[in-house]
Design a binder for this molecule. Structure first.
Ligand code: ADP
Length: 477
């Protein structure tokens, strides 16, 4: 079974051959057939006209001469048509008259004996016109016979014309086709092969370059060149590489930040354990203090690992929020109540300013966590004796939950970055004033992800010394 080639280059080349070859062959065959027909028609017309003129001449001779036989023989001897042999056969297929051999060099002089003509017309009724091609050792002959009536007697008037000229012309034409057609097809194939090779060269180059790109050299790009489609393809792949590189860089940064964050509590744990183990005699009180330091460090470690796990799951698309029917006012109310004892320890008052009824479809746990992150930040950054205001309002097809504190605010240049993973204003500043505020810089990143997963938005609406407002907007139908 013939198999279609697998490479594009050979497929296109084959298409070239088929698309050029088939019409070319059809055109050649059609042209040849038409030419052949025209030549035969012209020959037949010539023989027919000659026979008409001959029979008219026989009639005239008949009127002038005495008998039919002598009229036919006289006409046959006197009337000549170049290269045409005329013979008259009676109803018994006997030759009664025929033109003598032509003097001088003539083209195909048909054989002048009558036997072959009689044989060729054997079995044919000469009362009807006959057209036939008779093959002979020296070439084909066209024989046309028409009925001829002289003094009431019926004869067959035949004209014989050699076809060697026509056959030669047709043979030459066939030879030209046999040479030229394959040549043209070979030209098309070679041309097609070179054109496709040339146009596909950038693809091969792109493939070679793409094969070299790995995580180690992700900054490399494909060469942009060639036809419009290839330029487009190279750009699309390069854009993909841009995104991949950015994503890899982000991933690397994330790993670096995560290990950095995990290092602090791990170091505390190890140091505390080393110090405790190095001292032989310690009081119960000392052990308790050490263990509580270790527990805090372990708690911090646990929190960071939980947060990281949650972020990784949202990145991988595994954290699909539930769509439970819930009331946002319940979540706001319970979160506010939940943080009040911690806030009170720091001398901060948490106030619920406004609470509308807000039915919503979402994940109560995730939304509660979001709110706790906001409240936790607000309390951490509030001055002693300060107030954190919480409000749940409704308007414009959305509900808004805002958390306002009276803390030192977020510097303008850090406002957009607080939602980035591991970003902490406290790390960015070196005044040491806020360095004591705990946190790994993941709370707001998680909060914003949860808001987005619920089709909502979390943003810093306002932040200046004495007033910072975070607002969560959720769409409600
Ligand atoms: P963290 O766990 O460190 O609080 P977050 O992602 O919750 O991490 O916050 C990122 C940073 O944004 C914090 O380190 C803090 O510097 C700043 N920030 C967040 N909330 C407030 C706020 N209410 N007032 C001032 N700064 C804030």
């Amino acid at each position: 079974m013939v198999r279609w080639p697998s490479t594009l280059r050979w497929r296109l080349t084959l298409w070239y051959i088929v698309l050029l070859g088939v019409p070319l062959i059809a055109f050649a065959l059609g042209g040849y057939y038409l030419f052949e027909r025209t030549l035969y028609e012209r020959t037949d017309r010539f023989i027919g006209d000659a026979l008409t003129a001959f029979s008219r001449e026989v009639g005239a001779e008949r009127r002038a001469a005495s008998g039919a036989m002598s009229a036919m023989q006289t006409t046959a001897n006197e009337v000549r048509f170049r290269d045409l042999h005329i013979a008259i056969l009676d109803s018994a297929h006997r030759v009664v008259a025929m033109t003598p051999p032509q003097p001088g060099p003539t083209r195909d002089e048909p054989p002048t004996d009558d036997a072959w003509l009689v044989r060729a017309l054997a079995g044919r009724n000469l009362d009807n016109p006959q057209v036939l091609t008779v093959p002979r050792a020296d070439g084909d002959y066209r024989v046309i016979s028409t009925p001829l009536i002289v003094t009431g007697e019926r004869f067959g008037l035949t004209g014989t014309y050699g076809l060697s000229d026509i056959d030669e012309m047709l043979a030459r034409m066939r030879q030209v086709f046999i040479v030229v057609l394959p040549l043209l097809i070979i030209c098309a194939a070679t041309g097609g092969y070179f054109v496709t090779t040339r146009s596909l060269a950038p693809v091969s180059l792109m493939a070679a370059r793409a094969a070299e790109i790995s995580t180690a050299n992700l900054q490399e790009r494909l060469p942009v060149g060639g036809s419009e489609e290839l330029v487009k393809l190279a750009r699309v792949v390069n854009d993909l590489l841009d995104r991949l590189e950015a994503s890899f860089a982000l991933q690397r940064q994330f790993m670096a930040d995560a290990s950095h964050e995990l290092r602090t509590p791990t170091t505390i744990l190890r140091t505390e354990a080393d110090v405790t183990l190095a001292q032989t005699h310690r009081s119960e009180e000392d052990y308790r203090t050490s263990i509580s330091v270790m527990r805090d460090a372990a708690q911090r470690l646990g929190r960071i690992v939980d947060d990281l796990f949650l972020l990784v799951r949202t990145d991988a698309g595994h954290l699909v929020p539930r769509r439970d029917a819930l009331y946002l006012e319940d979540i706001v109310d319970s979160a506010t109540r939940g943080v009040r004892p911690v806030a009170a320890q720091r001398g901060v008052h948490v106030e619920l300013r406004e609470l509308v009824e807000a039915p919503f479809e979402g994940d109560a746990d995730q939304l509660g966590r979001l709110l706790l992150n906001l409240l936790d930040n607000a309390i951490k950054h509030s001055p002693e004796g300060g107030t954190v205001d919480v409000a749940l309002t409704r308007g414009n097809g959305a509900v808004a939950i805002s958390v306002v504190d009276q803390g030192e605010g977020i510097p303008a240049d850090a406002r957009a970055r607080v939602f980035e993973r591991f970003f902490r204003v406290d790390d960015a500043r070196s005044d040491g004033e806020r360095a004591s505020i705990p946190g790994a810089g993941l709370g707001l990143a998680i909060a914003r992800r949860i808001a987005e997963l619920h089709g909502g938005r979390l943003e810093v609406v306002e932040s200046r010394p004495g007033r910072t407002e975070f607002r969560l907007t959720l769409p409600v139908s």
